[in-house]
Design a protein around this ligand. Sequence first.
Ligand code: CTP
Length: 401
Amino acid sequence: MNVAELPGMDRLLPALEGLAPAYLVGGAVRDLLLGADSVDLDVALEGDALAAAWELAERLGGLATTHERFGTATVRADDLVVDLAGTRRERYSAPGALPDVEPAPLLDDLARRDFTVNAMAVGLTGADLGVLHDPHGGNDDLKAGRVRVLHPRSFVDDPTRLLRAVRYETRFGFRMDPETERLAREAVGAGALGTVSGPRVRDELLDLLGETDAPSALARARELGIDRGLHPALDADPELAAAGALGAAETGADRRLAALAALVSRAPDELEPWLDTLALGRGDRMRVAAAARQGPSLVRALRADPPPSAVHALLRCEPAETLAVALAHGAPAAPIHRFLADLRDVHLEITGDDLVAEGVPESPAIGHALDETLRMKLDGRVSGREDELRTALQIARGHVE
Ligand code: CTP
Protein backbone atom coordinates (compact mmCIF):
# COMPACT_ATOMS: atom_id res chain seq x y z
CA MET A 1 0.00 0.00 0.00
CA ASN A 2 1.20 3.43 -0.78
CA VAL A 3 1.46 4.93 2.68
CA ALA A 4 4.39 7.13 1.68
CA GLU A 5 1.98 9.44 -0.19
CA LEU A 6 -0.05 10.25 2.89
CA PRO A 7 0.21 13.80 4.25
CA GLY A 8 3.00 13.99 6.81
CA MET A 9 4.70 10.74 5.80
CA ASP A 10 7.48 12.58 3.96
CA ARG A 11 8.66 13.72 7.37
CA LEU A 12 7.56 10.80 9.54
CA LEU A 13 9.07 7.93 7.54
CA PRO A 14 12.68 9.22 7.58
CA ALA A 15 12.31 10.09 11.27
CA LEU A 16 11.27 6.50 12.09
CA GLU A 17 14.43 5.04 10.56
CA GLY A 18 16.50 2.98 12.99
CA LEU A 19 13.76 2.91 15.64
CA ALA A 20 11.72 -0.20 16.51
CA PRO A 21 9.52 -1.66 13.74
CA ALA A 22 6.57 0.67 13.35
CA TYR A 23 3.14 0.27 11.79
CA LEU A 24 0.15 2.36 10.89
CA VAL A 25 -2.72 0.67 12.74
CA GLY A 26 -6.43 0.58 13.48
CA GLY A 27 -8.94 2.94 11.93
CA ALA A 28 -6.22 4.66 9.92
CA VAL A 29 -5.60 1.52 7.85
CA ARG A 30 -9.33 0.93 7.48
CA ASP A 31 -9.90 4.48 6.26
CA LEU A 32 -6.92 4.28 3.93
CA LEU A 33 -8.26 1.09 2.35
CA LEU A 34 -11.63 2.81 2.01
CA GLY A 35 -9.93 5.49 -0.07
CA ALA A 36 -9.33 8.32 2.41
CA ASP A 37 -6.71 10.86 1.27
CA SER A 38 -5.50 11.55 4.76
CA VAL A 39 -5.84 9.60 7.99
CA ASP A 40 -4.97 10.02 11.66
CA LEU A 41 -1.39 8.88 12.09
CA ASP A 42 -1.93 6.12 14.67
CA VAL A 43 1.38 4.33 14.91
CA ALA A 44 2.17 1.16 16.87
CA LEU A 45 5.80 0.28 17.60
CA GLU A 46 7.21 -3.10 18.56
CA GLY A 47 9.23 -1.58 21.36
CA ASP A 48 9.30 1.26 23.86
CA ALA A 49 6.85 3.82 22.49
CA LEU A 50 7.76 6.48 25.06
CA ALA A 51 11.49 6.37 24.25
CA ALA A 52 10.62 6.41 20.56
CA ALA A 53 8.38 9.43 21.10
CA TRP A 54 11.20 11.44 22.68
CA GLU A 55 13.53 10.46 19.87
CA LEU A 56 10.97 11.29 17.18
CA ALA A 57 10.23 14.66 18.75
CA GLU A 58 13.93 15.45 18.70
CA ARG A 59 14.36 14.38 15.09
CA LEU A 60 11.27 16.26 13.93
CA GLY A 61 11.98 19.35 15.99
CA GLY A 62 8.67 18.90 17.80
CA LEU A 63 7.26 18.08 21.23
CA ALA A 64 6.29 14.76 22.79
CA THR A 65 3.46 14.39 25.27
CA THR A 66 3.61 11.05 27.03
CA HIS A 67 0.95 9.17 28.98
CA GLU A 68 3.17 6.93 31.10
CA ARG A 69 0.26 4.97 32.56
CA PHE A 70 -0.93 3.82 29.16
CA GLY A 71 2.49 3.64 27.52
CA THR A 72 1.28 5.98 24.77
CA ALA A 73 2.52 9.30 23.46
CA THR A 74 1.69 12.04 21.01
CA VAL A 75 4.37 13.79 19.00
CA ARG A 76 3.59 17.18 17.50
CA ALA A 77 5.82 19.01 15.06
CA ASP A 78 4.10 21.92 13.33
CA ASP A 79 1.01 20.46 11.68
CA LEU A 80 2.27 16.88 11.98
CA VAL A 81 0.55 14.93 14.78
CA VAL A 82 1.51 11.31 15.44
CA ASP A 83 -0.04 9.09 18.11
CA LEU A 84 2.29 6.36 19.27
CA ALA A 85 1.67 3.21 21.29
CA GLY A 86 3.70 0.10 21.99
CA THR A 87 2.25 -3.07 20.48
CA ARG A 88 0.63 -5.00 23.31
CA ARG A 89 -1.47 -7.89 24.41
CA GLU A 90 -4.46 -7.43 26.71
CA ARG A 91 -6.10 -9.65 29.28
CA TYR A 92 -9.50 -8.87 30.71
CA SER A 93 -9.47 -9.70 34.42
CA ALA A 94 -13.19 -8.88 34.65
CA PRO A 95 -15.77 -8.35 31.90
CA GLY A 96 -16.21 -4.70 31.03
CA ALA A 97 -13.17 -3.57 33.03
CA LEU A 98 -10.10 -2.04 31.48
CA PRO A 99 -7.69 -4.81 30.49
CA ASP A 100 -4.28 -5.66 31.94
CA VAL A 101 -1.69 -4.83 29.34
CA GLU A 102 1.77 -6.18 28.51
CA PRO A 103 4.14 -5.61 25.59
CA ALA A 104 3.75 -8.15 22.77
CA PRO A 105 4.42 -8.43 19.04
CA LEU A 106 2.23 -6.88 16.34
CA LEU A 107 0.13 -9.99 15.80
CA ASP A 108 -0.99 -10.00 19.45
CA ASP A 109 -1.73 -6.32 19.20
CA LEU A 110 -4.00 -6.87 16.21
CA ALA A 111 -5.68 -9.85 17.88
CA ARG A 112 -6.81 -7.73 20.88
CA ARG A 113 -8.84 -5.34 18.71
CA ASP A 114 -12.56 -4.92 18.27
CA PHE A 115 -13.36 -5.83 14.66
CA THR A 116 -11.48 -7.33 11.74
CA VAL A 117 -11.72 -4.08 9.77
CA ASN A 118 -9.88 -2.34 12.64
CA ALA A 119 -7.34 -5.13 13.10
CA MET A 120 -4.99 -4.40 10.20
CA ALA A 121 -1.59 -2.73 10.08
CA VAL A 122 0.70 -1.34 7.40
CA GLY A 123 4.48 -1.46 7.86
CA LEU A 124 6.23 1.89 8.03
CA THR A 125 9.84 0.81 8.37
CA GLY A 126 12.56 -0.93 6.30
CA ALA A 127 11.53 -3.64 3.87
CA ASP A 128 8.13 -3.78 5.55
CA LEU A 129 7.20 -0.33 4.25
CA GLY A 130 3.75 -0.47 2.68
CA VAL A 131 3.15 -4.14 3.54
CA LEU A 132 -0.42 -4.83 4.70
CA HIS A 133 -0.70 -7.08 7.77
CA ASP A 134 -4.19 -8.50 7.76
CA PRO A 135 -4.28 -11.72 9.77
CA HIS A 136 -8.05 -11.69 10.39
CA GLY A 137 -9.43 -11.05 6.92
CA GLY A 138 -10.20 -7.39 7.58
CA ASN A 139 -9.74 -6.32 3.97
CA ASP A 140 -12.23 -8.93 2.74
CA ASP A 141 -14.72 -7.78 5.39
CA LEU A 142 -14.15 -4.19 4.35
CA LYS A 143 -14.97 -5.06 0.76
CA ALA A 144 -18.00 -7.07 1.82
CA GLY A 145 -19.20 -4.37 4.24
CA ARG A 146 -18.98 -6.67 7.25
CA VAL A 147 -18.46 -5.79 10.91
CA ARG A 148 -17.01 -8.95 12.46
CA VAL A 149 -15.53 -9.60 15.90
CA LEU A 150 -12.30 -11.53 16.25
CA HIS A 151 -13.46 -13.93 18.93
CA PRO A 152 -16.70 -14.91 20.71
CA ARG A 153 -15.92 -13.11 24.00
CA SER A 154 -15.23 -9.77 22.35
CA PHE A 155 -18.48 -8.03 23.36
CA VAL A 156 -18.41 -9.48 26.85
CA ASP A 157 -14.80 -8.40 27.41
CA ASP A 158 -15.56 -4.93 26.12
CA PRO A 159 -19.26 -4.11 25.78
CA THR A 160 -18.49 -0.61 24.46
CA ARG A 161 -17.89 -2.53 21.24
CA LEU A 162 -21.66 -2.94 20.95
CA LEU A 163 -21.94 0.81 20.45
CA ARG A 164 -18.91 0.80 18.17
CA ALA A 165 -20.36 -1.96 15.97
CA VAL A 166 -23.55 0.04 15.47
CA ARG A 167 -21.55 3.18 14.78
CA TYR A 168 -19.49 1.49 12.07
CA GLU A 169 -22.57 -0.11 10.54
CA THR A 170 -24.09 3.32 10.20
CA ARG A 171 -21.04 5.29 9.16
CA PHE A 172 -19.95 2.91 6.43
CA GLY A 173 -23.29 1.31 5.56
CA PHE A 174 -21.90 -2.01 6.85
CA ARG A 175 -23.67 -4.82 8.64
CA MET A 176 -22.59 -7.19 11.37
CA ASP A 177 -22.17 -10.72 10.06
CA PRO A 178 -24.82 -13.11 11.47
CA GLU A 179 -22.51 -14.64 14.08
CA THR A 180 -21.34 -11.22 15.31
CA GLU A 181 -24.94 -10.06 15.56
CA ARG A 182 -25.85 -13.19 17.47
CA LEU A 183 -22.98 -12.55 19.89
CA ALA A 184 -24.06 -8.94 20.22
CA ARG A 185 -27.62 -9.90 21.12
CA GLU A 186 -26.34 -12.54 23.51
CA ALA A 187 -24.06 -10.04 25.27
CA VAL A 188 -26.84 -7.46 25.54
CA GLY A 189 -29.21 -10.12 26.87
CA ALA A 190 -26.65 -11.18 29.48
CA GLY A 191 -26.42 -7.61 30.78
CA ALA A 192 -22.91 -6.97 29.48
CA LEU A 193 -23.49 -3.21 29.21
CA GLY A 194 -24.03 -3.05 32.95
CA THR A 195 -20.38 -3.94 33.52
CA VAL A 196 -18.89 -0.90 31.76
CA SER A 197 -17.95 2.32 33.55
CA GLY A 198 -20.03 5.41 32.78
CA PRO A 199 -17.16 7.41 31.26
CA ARG A 200 -16.43 4.66 28.73
CA VAL A 201 -20.12 4.53 27.78
CA ARG A 202 -20.11 8.34 27.52
CA ASP A 203 -17.23 8.44 25.06
CA GLU A 204 -18.74 5.85 22.75
CA LEU A 205 -22.28 7.19 23.07
CA LEU A 206 -21.23 10.73 22.24
CA ASP A 207 -19.23 9.44 19.27
CA LEU A 208 -22.33 7.61 18.09
CA LEU A 209 -24.52 10.70 18.55
CA GLY A 210 -21.95 12.70 16.61
CA GLU A 211 -22.29 10.52 13.52
CA THR A 212 -23.91 12.21 10.54
CA ASP A 213 -26.61 9.58 10.51
CA ALA A 214 -26.89 9.13 14.27
CA PRO A 215 -30.66 8.42 14.06
CA SER A 216 -29.99 5.26 12.01
CA ALA A 217 -27.41 4.17 14.57
CA LEU A 218 -29.96 4.73 17.34
CA ALA A 219 -32.61 2.78 15.46
CA ARG A 220 -30.20 -0.12 15.23
CA ALA A 221 -29.14 0.24 18.88
CA ARG A 222 -32.80 0.10 19.84
CA GLU A 223 -33.41 -2.96 17.70
CA LEU A 224 -30.53 -4.74 19.43
CA GLY A 225 -31.71 -3.66 22.89
CA ILE A 226 -28.54 -1.65 23.54
CA ASP A 227 -30.52 1.32 24.88
CA ARG A 228 -32.36 -0.72 27.51
CA GLY A 229 -29.09 -2.46 28.28
CA LEU A 230 -27.62 0.88 29.21
CA HIS A 231 -30.63 1.83 31.33
CA PRO A 232 -34.11 0.30 31.44
CA ALA A 233 -35.71 3.73 30.91
CA LEU A 234 -33.51 4.72 27.98
CA ASP A 235 -35.29 4.60 24.64
CA ALA A 236 -33.05 5.32 21.65
CA ASP A 237 -35.90 6.96 19.76
CA PRO A 238 -34.35 7.86 16.40
CA GLU A 239 -36.99 10.44 15.52
CA LEU A 240 -36.61 12.33 18.76
CA ALA A 241 -32.83 12.31 18.46
CA ALA A 242 -33.07 13.49 14.85
CA ALA A 243 -35.38 16.29 15.91
CA GLY A 244 -32.94 17.16 18.69
CA ALA A 245 -30.06 17.32 16.20
CA LEU A 246 -32.15 19.47 13.87
CA GLY A 247 -33.02 21.72 16.79
CA ALA A 248 -29.32 21.95 17.59
CA ALA A 249 -28.58 23.17 14.08
CA GLU A 250 -31.25 25.87 14.45
CA THR A 251 -30.14 27.05 17.86
CA GLY A 252 -26.37 26.65 17.80
CA ALA A 253 -26.52 23.90 20.42
CA ASP A 254 -24.01 21.06 20.56
CA ARG A 255 -25.56 18.36 18.37
CA ARG A 256 -24.41 15.46 20.51
CA LEU A 257 -25.49 17.00 23.80
CA ALA A 258 -28.83 18.07 22.35
CA ALA A 259 -29.51 14.55 21.08
CA LEU A 260 -28.52 13.09 24.46
CA ALA A 261 -30.76 15.58 26.26
CA ALA A 262 -33.62 14.72 23.91
CA LEU A 263 -33.28 11.05 24.85
CA VAL A 264 -33.07 11.84 28.57
CA SER A 265 -36.08 14.17 28.27
CA ARG A 266 -38.39 11.19 27.87
CA ALA A 267 -37.85 10.12 31.47
CA PRO A 268 -35.67 12.66 33.27
CA ASP A 269 -36.47 11.42 36.79
CA GLU A 270 -35.27 7.93 36.00
CA LEU A 271 -32.45 8.89 33.67
CA GLU A 272 -30.75 11.69 35.58
CA PRO A 273 -28.92 9.30 37.92
CA TRP A 274 -27.72 7.44 34.82
CA LEU A 275 -26.63 10.72 33.28
CA ASP A 276 -24.56 11.37 36.39
CA THR A 277 -22.71 8.08 35.97
CA LEU A 278 -21.50 9.25 32.55
CA ALA A 279 -19.40 11.89 34.33
CA LEU A 280 -19.77 14.54 31.66
CA GLY A 281 -17.86 17.74 32.38
CA ARG A 282 -19.77 19.89 34.89
CA GLY A 283 -20.91 22.38 32.27
CA ASP A 284 -22.04 19.71 29.82
CA ARG A 285 -23.86 17.79 32.51
CA MET A 286 -25.77 20.89 33.54
CA ARG A 287 -26.67 21.73 29.96
CA VAL A 288 -27.97 18.22 29.26
CA ALA A 289 -29.92 17.99 32.51
CA ALA A 290 -31.42 21.48 32.10
CA ALA A 291 -32.36 20.77 28.49
CA ALA A 292 -33.92 17.42 29.34
CA ARG A 293 -36.10 18.97 32.06
CA GLN A 294 -36.89 22.42 30.71
CA GLY A 295 -37.08 21.66 26.99
CA PRO A 296 -40.41 19.79 27.09
CA SER A 297 -41.97 22.19 29.60
CA LEU A 298 -41.23 25.15 27.34
CA VAL A 299 -43.48 23.74 24.64
CA ARG A 300 -46.72 24.63 26.35
CA ALA A 301 -45.48 28.01 27.57
CA LEU A 302 -44.37 29.02 24.08
CA ARG A 303 -47.55 27.74 22.44
CA ALA A 304 -49.51 30.23 24.56
CA ASP A 305 -48.03 32.96 22.37
CA PRO A 306 -46.37 34.96 25.17
CA PRO A 307 -45.21 38.56 24.59
CA PRO A 308 -41.53 39.09 23.76
CA SER A 309 -40.69 40.01 27.35
CA ALA A 310 -42.09 36.70 28.54
CA VAL A 311 -40.22 34.78 25.81
CA HIS A 312 -37.07 36.55 26.96
CA ALA A 313 -37.74 35.65 30.60
CA LEU A 314 -38.40 32.02 29.70
CA LEU A 315 -35.34 31.51 27.53
CA ARG A 316 -32.61 33.86 28.65
CA CYS A 317 -31.07 31.57 31.27
CA GLU A 318 -31.40 28.40 29.25
CA PRO A 319 -28.54 26.78 27.35
CA ALA A 320 -29.03 26.39 23.59
CA GLU A 321 -29.61 22.66 24.17
CA THR A 322 -32.86 23.47 26.00
CA LEU A 323 -34.12 25.34 22.98
CA ALA A 324 -33.11 22.44 20.75
CA VAL A 325 -35.00 19.96 22.92
CA ALA A 326 -38.02 22.27 23.06
CA LEU A 327 -38.06 22.34 19.25
CA ALA A 328 -37.67 18.56 19.19
CA HIS A 329 -40.78 18.28 21.35
CA GLY A 330 -42.77 20.49 19.02
CA ALA A 331 -42.34 23.98 20.46
CA PRO A 332 -43.25 26.71 17.95
CA ALA A 333 -40.12 27.82 16.14
CA ALA A 334 -41.03 31.49 15.68
CA PRO A 335 -40.52 32.74 19.27
CA ILE A 336 -37.32 30.72 19.62
CA HIS A 337 -35.93 32.12 16.39
CA ARG A 338 -36.96 35.62 17.43
CA PHE A 339 -35.23 35.18 20.77
CA LEU A 340 -32.01 33.99 19.11
CA ALA A 341 -32.03 36.58 16.35
CA ASP A 342 -33.07 39.57 18.35
CA LEU A 343 -34.45 39.44 21.89
CA ARG A 344 -31.45 37.92 23.62
CA ASP A 345 -29.28 40.87 22.55
CA VAL A 346 -31.66 43.55 23.75
CA HIS A 347 -30.12 45.61 26.56
CA LEU A 348 -30.96 48.93 28.14
CA GLU A 349 -28.94 51.97 27.18
CA ILE A 350 -29.02 53.14 30.79
CA THR A 351 -27.52 51.60 33.92
CA GLY A 352 -28.11 51.87 37.62
CA ASP A 353 -25.51 54.65 37.77
CA ASP A 354 -27.78 56.83 35.64
CA LEU A 355 -30.56 56.44 38.19
CA VAL A 356 -28.21 57.18 41.10
CA ALA A 357 -26.99 60.27 39.24
CA GLU A 358 -30.62 61.41 39.13
CA GLY A 359 -30.81 61.12 42.89
CA VAL A 360 -32.33 57.68 43.36
CA PRO A 361 -30.79 56.17 46.50
CA GLU A 362 -28.97 52.87 46.02
CA SER A 363 -31.43 50.07 46.80
CA PRO A 364 -33.05 46.99 45.24
CA ALA A 365 -35.58 49.37 43.70
CA ILE A 366 -32.97 50.27 41.09
CA GLY A 367 -32.64 46.67 39.92
CA HIS A 368 -36.39 46.31 39.85
CA ALA A 369 -36.80 49.50 37.83
CA LEU A 370 -34.19 48.41 35.29
CA ASP A 371 -35.78 44.95 34.93
CA GLU A 372 -39.19 46.46 34.46
CA THR A 373 -37.92 48.97 31.91
CA LEU A 374 -36.19 46.19 29.97
CA ARG A 375 -39.45 44.27 29.88
CA MET A 376 -41.23 47.30 28.47
CA LYS A 377 -38.48 47.81 25.92
CA LEU A 378 -38.75 44.18 24.80
CA ASP A 379 -42.48 44.64 24.30
CA GLY A 380 -41.92 47.85 22.32
CA ARG A 381 -43.38 50.16 24.96
CA VAL A 382 -40.16 52.06 25.58
CA SER A 383 -37.56 53.17 23.07
CA GLY A 384 -34.46 55.38 23.17
CA ARG A 385 -32.28 56.45 26.07
CA GLU A 386 -34.44 59.34 27.21
CA ASP A 387 -37.55 57.22 27.31
CA GLU A 388 -35.71 54.48 29.21
CA LEU A 389 -34.43 56.92 31.81
CA ARG A 390 -37.83 58.58 32.31
CA THR A 391 -39.58 55.23 32.66
CA ALA A 392 -36.99 53.77 35.01
CA LEU A 393 -37.05 56.88 37.20
CA GLN A 394 -40.81 56.77 37.47
CA ILE A 395 -40.73 53.12 38.46
CA ALA A 396 -37.84 53.57 40.90
CA ARG A 397 -39.39 56.58 42.58
CA GLY A 398 -42.79 54.97 42.74
CA HIS A 399 -41.17 51.99 44.35
CA VAL A 400 -39.18 54.01 46.88
CA GLU A 401 -42.09 56.10 48.00
N1 CTP B 1 -10.16 -0.45 19.71
C1 CTP B 1 -10.67 -1.66 20.18
N2 CTP B 1 -11.67 -1.71 21.09
C2 CTP B 1 -12.21 -0.57 21.57
C3 CTP B 1 -11.73 0.68 21.14
C4 CTP B 1 -10.70 0.70 20.20
O1 CTP B 1 -10.19 -2.69 19.74
N3 CTP B 1 -13.18 -0.62 22.47
C5 CTP B 1 -9.06 -0.42 18.75
C6 CTP B 1 -9.50 -0.56 17.31
O2 CTP B 1 -8.54 -1.27 16.60
C7 CTP B 1 -9.52 0.87 16.82
C8 CTP B 1 -8.37 1.49 17.58
O3 CTP B 1 -8.36 0.79 18.84
O4 CTP B 1 -9.32 0.92 15.43
C9 CTP B 1 -8.46 2.97 17.80
O5 CTP B 1 -9.69 3.29 18.44
P1 CTP B 1 -10.49 4.61 18.13
O6 CTP B 1 -9.55 5.74 18.06
O7 CTP B 1 -11.63 4.65 19.07
O8 CTP B 1 -11.14 4.35 16.72
P2 CTP B 1 -10.58 4.45 15.24
O9 CTP B 1 -10.52 3.08 14.69
O10 CTP B 1 -9.36 5.30 15.16
O11 CTP B 1 -11.70 5.10 14.38
P3 CTP B 1 -12.88 6.04 14.65
O12 CTP B 1 -12.50 7.03 15.71
O13 CTP B 1 -13.07 6.59 13.31
O14 CTP B 1 -13.95 5.13 15.10
